[in-house]
Design a protein around this ligand. Sequence first.
Ligand SMILES: NC(=O)c1ccc[n+]([C@@H]2O[C@H](COP(=O)([O-])OP(=O)(O)OC[C@H]3O[C@@H](n4cnc5c(N)ncnc54)[C@H](O)[C@@H]3O)[C@@H](O)[C@H]2O)c1
Ligand SMILES: O=C(O)C1=N[C@H](C(=O)O)CCC1
Length: 269
Amino acid sequence: MTDIPGIVITGASGRMGQMLIKTVLASDKCRLVAALEREDNQWVGQDVDAMIGGQATGITVTSDAVEAFAKAQAVIDFTAPAATVAFAGLAAQARAVHVIGTTGLSDDDLKAINAAARHAVIVRAGNMSLGVNLLVRLTQKVAAALDEDFDIEVIEAHHNQKVDAPSGTALMLGEAAAKGRGVSLKEVSDSGRDGMTGARKKGDIGFSAIRGGDIVGEHDVLFAAAGERIVLRHLATDRAIFARGALKAALWGQDKSPGEYDMMDVLGI
Ligand SMILES: NC(=O)c1ccc[n+]([C@@H]2O[C@H](COP(=O)([O-])OP(=O)(O)OC[C@H]3O[C@@H](n4cnc5c(N)ncnc54)[C@H](O)[C@@H]3O)[C@@H](O)[C@H]2O)c1
Ligand SMILES: O=C(O)C1=N[C@H](C(=O)O)CCC1
């Protein structure tokens, strides 16, 4: 037994789940205590090392969240909205830090997560990378400095298996732009243009989503005015950046009071 935090990875067989397992196994600041998948997933009952390759862990992939969370000081969760809402309640019961990377959460999902954060630490962000969180800050600053003569558009590109749009990152960037302008994103958001849309409404914040191939994640924030354009850009080329951020959040949360936090809190930016 050791006193470094024990971590559970949910969605173990997913794109992020696999990256997170590798990141936790490579770290000397935490230990992997369980890997969780859906009951019907073929990884359940298999050894983690057999599935991932590499060092022997002695850990079998399970679908029993209650048993897995009872062993953990942190749960790192990049799965799907319904699973994440259920895990928020269970992680709070286990008093484990819940790091949520899942995107596509509805307002009701967010309310349920917020309620769970009354009893435990939750760190949630649509993007856990240092670069994107810096870009969020820059976006807010640039939006605050410019008036509505500059049209703001958020353009994002992801792989062809992504199920939600706009991306969680695009929404973070849109929220930051709206905050900089002193408006509510809900009032000015314009996504899914199609057909005879009419001319662009001044003050709107637009969203466009590209889906194709194996794109890890690309985001532009465009400020377009007559005669000039500013483009703020982040390009992700490796999912390791999200996993590193998530692990940092899990360790950061260990001595914090119950509540909902984001990556800005973790990074101190
Ligand atoms: N915040 C970030 O930095 C960041 C970065 C990358 C991806 N994401 C988000 O993370 C999520 C997952 O992305 P992905 O590309 O890894 O998807 P994926 O489909 O490859 O993996 C999701 C995994 O979750 C599992 N899962 C679903 N329901 C489950 C349940 N009830 N119990 C256990 N496991 C369950 C699935 O079986 C699957 O293996 C998406 O919402 C994505 O947008 C966020
Ligand atoms: O691959 C995904 O899915 C990603 N999701 C996050 C988002 O929705 O912004 C972060 C980037 C990768």
